[in-house]
Ligand binder design. Structure first.
Ligand code: NAD
Length: 315
């Protein structure tokens, strides 16, 4: 079986998990890693027995590197992803993909022009319970979709200092709402603010409305002393509730309450395996560059809505 030669740029908290998973997967060959922190680069490279770089442009000259995971600080993602695409590498860029939608658009253009895969780290889509929910909505197992409510709250992970909770955290749920409903919102109204973070918002409440009449609400903050990550979906015939942490799913109707069981899966493993298989087999990935761009556009609209205290129309 042909293995995809991969590298990871940015091997901090999250990038080192990418490196570990690429090392574990049968379809990938981890060739190198890169981190601007030389000590960290060496430690991670030694751990996985691969080459260490502190400058990605040098690493990208290696022809054995066919695809790259970009896991740098959020404000460096677009620059590093663009560099990798320009070097002819397929790219998985972590969320939020870019600092703004203009940078994200550029990534889409370059990937398209070069015929390269570009996918975004929307990990939630790989959780079996969420895939079940999406199918249940599409096939109307819960009747007509009425609304969805997401909650993603925890303490502030202090290493995140270059974007606020909206682009860092709520963006997962913005994407989830598009994934589950199969629709783009037409309006957004949001309230954001900061209590502990000096530069960026550390709480955000976001309401999305859709042409079809449904609506979604996202609560996201870095002010809660424990971690909650849930999604509640209301249909005309039944409701569904997913706990992302335990991956448990409940479906309740007037008649019955059921809990479909899925074997616990490491979402990152599913995500990276899917990325590699899509590149090797030339398939369209579950998350496209356009999905990343759309989510970022909604996040930008939410920030604008909060700043102007008004509803922002997206279409
Ligand atoms: N999809 C998910 O569920 C998920 C989860 C966690 C983090 N993330 C994303 O992953 C990214 C990294 O997050 P983290 O928590 O690992 O942050 P982190 O600060 O722990 O790690 C970032 C690393 O990138 C390195 N770096 C920065 N700029 C670089 C560059 N130009 N070239 C090489 N290395 C560079 C830093 O030295 C650091 O080691 C963020 O964009 C974050 O949003 C996604």
């Amino acid at each position: 079986m042909k293995k995809l030669g991969v590298a990871v740029v940015g091997t901090g908290f999250w990038g080192k998990n990418h490196a570990r998973v690429y090392k574990e997967l049968a379809c990938t060959n981890l060739v190198a890693i890169c981190d601007v922190n030389a000590e960290r680069a060496k430690a991670i490279a030694d751990q996985f027995g691969v080459k260490a770089y502190t400058d990605s442009s040098r690493m990208l000259r290696d022809a054995d590197v066919e695809a790259v995971s970009v896991c740098t600080w959020s404000t460096m993602l677009a620059k590093e992803a663009l560099r990798a695409l320009n070097a002819g590498k397929h790219v998985l860029v972590e969320k939020p993909m870019a600092t703004n939608s203009g940078q994200a658009q550029k990534l889409l253009q370059v990937a398209d022009a070069q015929g390269l895969h570009l996918t975004v780290g929307f990990l939630m889509r790989f959780i079996p319970g969420l895939q079940f929910m999406r199918e249940a909505v599409a096939s109307k197992k819960i009747g007509e979709l009425v609304s969805a409510v997401a909650k993603r709250v925890s303490e502030w992970p202090e290493r995140i200092g270059d974007v606020g909770v909206l682009k860092d955290t709520a963006i997962h749920d913005i994407d989830v709402m598009r994934f589950v409903s199969g629709e783009d919102p037409i309006c957004v109204y949001a309230k954001t603010g900061c209590m502990q973070h000096r530069t960026f918002e550390d709480y955000a409440q976001i309401m999305l409305t859709y042409e079809s009449g449904k609506s979604a609400f996202i609560e996201s903050n870095w002010l809660t002393p424990y971690k909650t990550r849930t999604l509640n979906v209301t249909g005309s015939e039944a409701i569904m509730r997913l706990d992302y942490i335990s991956q448990e799913l409940w479906i309740e109707s007037k008649k019955e309450s059921v809990q479909p069981r899925f074997g616990f899966q490491e979402p990152l493993k599913m995500e990276l395996q899917h990325f590699a298989e899509c590149v090797l087999e030339k398939k369209v990935p579950l998350v496209t560059g356009l999905d990343g761009l759309r989510a970022l556009q909604v996040a930008e609209a939410a920030l604008k809505s909060s700043a102007k205290n008004t509803v922002v129309k997206l279409k």
